[in-house]
Write a protein that binds this ligand. Structure first.
Ligand code: FAD
Length: 422
C-alpha cells in the first residue's frame, strides 16, 4: 500500500504529528504495536506531564485540549526547589512570568487519549494498530517499511516516533548519545492532608530526589521519587500502608498523612540525544530524537514542538510546490529542533548529575547555586517568563525569553488562544 508519509509509533509525538498534518492533503500511515483499544482508552501510566503555555496553545490548536476533562487539568502556579533539609529554597512565582500560572499538569494517558481521538478521526490517516514496524529501506525512489505481519508499506517519507529506544533510528543508521543514570523514577498519585496550593516541589535530598506535582484536587499530587534500583525494588514491594508511612516520612511530614491514590509506576532514567534528526527521506520525532530526563519536565513539550515544527516545514514545501520529502525541509526541521532542544537537554543532564551526587563538593555547589538563584530576582523572573512565553510576548522579559529558540513557536500552526482548528 502506498502513502505520502509512514510514521512508526502512535505515542503522543506520532499522533500529534499526524494531527498537525490535517488538511495538508498528505496521506499518512501510522503504525503502532499496541492494539487500538489501548490507544483509544490508554491505561493510567502514572505520569503527570507539566505543560508550558506554548504547549497549551499548540494542544488547543490541534484540538486536543477540548478532549480533556476539568478534573484532568492541574494548575501549576508556582515551583519550589529545596536542597537537603534546608528551609526556604528557590521559589519561582507565577507573578514573575506575568501570568496566573506557570503552566499546567496533564495525565499522560489523558494526552494520549485526546491525541488518538483527534488523529484517528482524520480521513487521510490510516492507523495500523497491533502492528510492529520492522525492516526499513530508504532509497532514492521512496521508503519501504515492513510490518511483522508481512505487509510492506511504501511512502515518500518515513518518520520514527517509536520511543527513546527507537529501533527505526538504528535501522536508519543514526547514532544516539545515551546516558543511563542507573536510577529508577517512581510516579505515584497520592492524597495528602495539607493542600498543595498549586506549588510543585523539587526536593534534592541525600540518596533520593523527590518531587510533588499538584493535581486538580487541592489535596492530591503526583509524587515522584528517584532511587537506585535496590532501594526502589524494596519500596515497590511494600503494601499500601507501609508505603504511605514511608512517603510521609520522606516528605518530612510536611504534607501530613499521605494515602495511595493511583498505580505505582517505575521508569528507568535514560537520557537520549540523536546525533542527527534527519536522513534521506527520514526524520526522527519525539523521544526518538530527544529523550529528556524528566527533571526539567520537557520531553513531551519538545515532542509536541518537534511534531509541529516538522509539519510546518513539510506544509511550507507543499505550499511552494516543491517535493516535501527532499533534504531542505528536513534539514530546516533538524536545525530548528536542535537549537530548541540542545541547550536544555545539556543543562538537564548536568543538573540531574549535580543534584543526585551526594559528595560534599557537589552538595556545596548546589547549595550555593540555589542561594544565588533565590537572591537574583531577574534570574527567577527570566525562568518564569520563559515558561510562560508563547509566541508574541508583550512584556520585555517575555520578549527576551522568546528570542531563545526553545521558547519559540511554530507559527504555521498557531491559532488565537482558545480556538481549535482542523
Ligand atoms: C516519569 C516521567 C515523567 C515525565 N514528565 C514529563 C513532563 O512533566 N513534561 C514533559 O514534557 N514530558 C515528561 N515526560 C516525557 C514524556 O512522557 C515523553 O517525552 C513522551 O511520552 C514521549 O512521547 P513519544 O510519542 O515520543 O514516545 P512514547 O510515548 O515512548 O511512544 C512511542 C510509541 O511507539 C510505539 N512503538 C515503539 N516501537 C514500535 C515499533 N517497532 N512498531 C510500532 N510501534 C512502536 C510504542 O508502543 C509507543 O506507543 C515524562 C516521562 C516520564 C517517564
Amino acid at each position: 500500500m502506498s502513502y505520502d508519509i509512514v510514521v512508526a509509533g502512535a505515542g503522543p509525538a506520532g499522533l500529534c504529528f499526524a494531527r498537525a498534518l490535517a488538511g495538508s492533503g498528505l496521506r499518512v500511515a501510522l503504525v503502532e504495536r499496541q492494539p487500538e483499544a489501548a490507544l483509544a482508552q490508554p491505561a493510567d501510566d502514572g505520569r503527570e506531564i507539566a505543560i508550558t503555555h506554548r504547549s497549551r496553545r499548540l494542544l488547543e490548536t490541534l484540538g486536543l485540549w477540548r478532549h480533556l476533562r476539568a478534573e484532568e487539568i492541574g494548575v501549576l502556579r508556582d515551583a519550589l526547589v529545596i536542597d537537603g533539609d534546608a528551609r526556604g529554597g528557590l521559589r519561582f512565582r507565577h507573578q514573575d512570568g506575568g501570568r496566573p500560572q506557570l503552566g499546567w499538569l496533564l495525565s499522560n494517558h489523558a494526552i494520549r487519549r485526546a491525541a488518538y481521538a483527534e488523529a484517528a478521526a482524520l480521513p487521510q490517516v490510516r492507523l495500523l494498530a497491533g502492528a510492529q514496524a520492522g525492516a526499513l529501506r530508504l532509497g532514492d525512489e521512496g521508503v519501504e517499511l515492513s510490518l511483522d505481519g508481512g505487509e510492506v508499506l511504501r511512502a515518500r517519507l518515513a518518520v520514527a516516533a517509536d520511543s527513546r529506544f527507537s529501533a527505526l533510528r538504528r535501522a536508519a543508521g543514526i547514532a544516539a548519545d545515551m546516558h543511563d543514570f542507573g536510577k529508577l523514577m517512581l510516579v505515584l498519585r497520592m492524597r495528602h492532608d495539607a493542600p498543595h496550593e498549586g506549588t510543585a516541589w523539587e526536593w534534592f535530598g541525600r540518596g533520593q530526589t523527590l518531587a510533588l506535582l499538584p493535581l486538580h484536587d487541592p489535596h492530591t499530587s503526583s509524587v515522584v521519587l528517584t532511587l537506585p534500583p535496590g532501594p526502589m525494588q524494596a519500596l515497590l514491594a511494600l503494601d499500601d500502608a507501609a508505603l504511605e508511612a514511608q512517603m510521609a516520612g520522606r516528605f518530612r511530614h510536611r504534607l501530613g498523612a499521605m494515602r495511595v491514590a493511583g498505580p505505582r509506576c517505575a521508569y528507568p532514567l535514560v537520557g537520549v540525544y540523536a546525533r542527527r534528526f534527519a536522513a534521506e527521506r527520514f526524520a526522527l520525532l519525539g523521544d526518538a530524537a530527544v529523550g529528556m530526563h524528566p527533571l526539567t519536565a520537557h520531553g513531551f513539550n519538545f515532542g509536541l514542538l518537534g511534531a509541529a515544527t516538522l509539519a510546518c516545514e513539510l506544509r511550507a514545501e507543499l505550499a511552494a510546490g516543491r517535493p516535501f520529502w527532499e533534504r531542505a525541509p528536513l534539514a530546516r526541521y533538524e536545525r530548528a529542533h536542535r537549537l530548541a532542544t540542545w541547550p536544555l537537554y545539556r543543562a538537564t543532564q548536568a543538573l540531574a548529575g549535580l543534584y543526585t551526587d551526594d559528595r560534599a563538593p557537589a552538595r556545596a555547589l548546589r547549595r550555593l547555586a540555589l542561594e544565588a538563584g533565590a537572591r537574583l530576582r531577574p534570574f527567577r523572573r527570566m525562568v518564569a517568563a520563559g515558561l510562560a512565553a508563547e509566541d508574541e510576548s508583550p512584556s520585555p522579559l517575555r520578549r527576551l525569553a522568546s528570542f531563545l529558540p526553545a521558547w519559540r513557536a511554530p507559527l504555521c500552526l498557531l491559532s488565537p488562544p482558545g480556538r481549535g482548528s482542523r
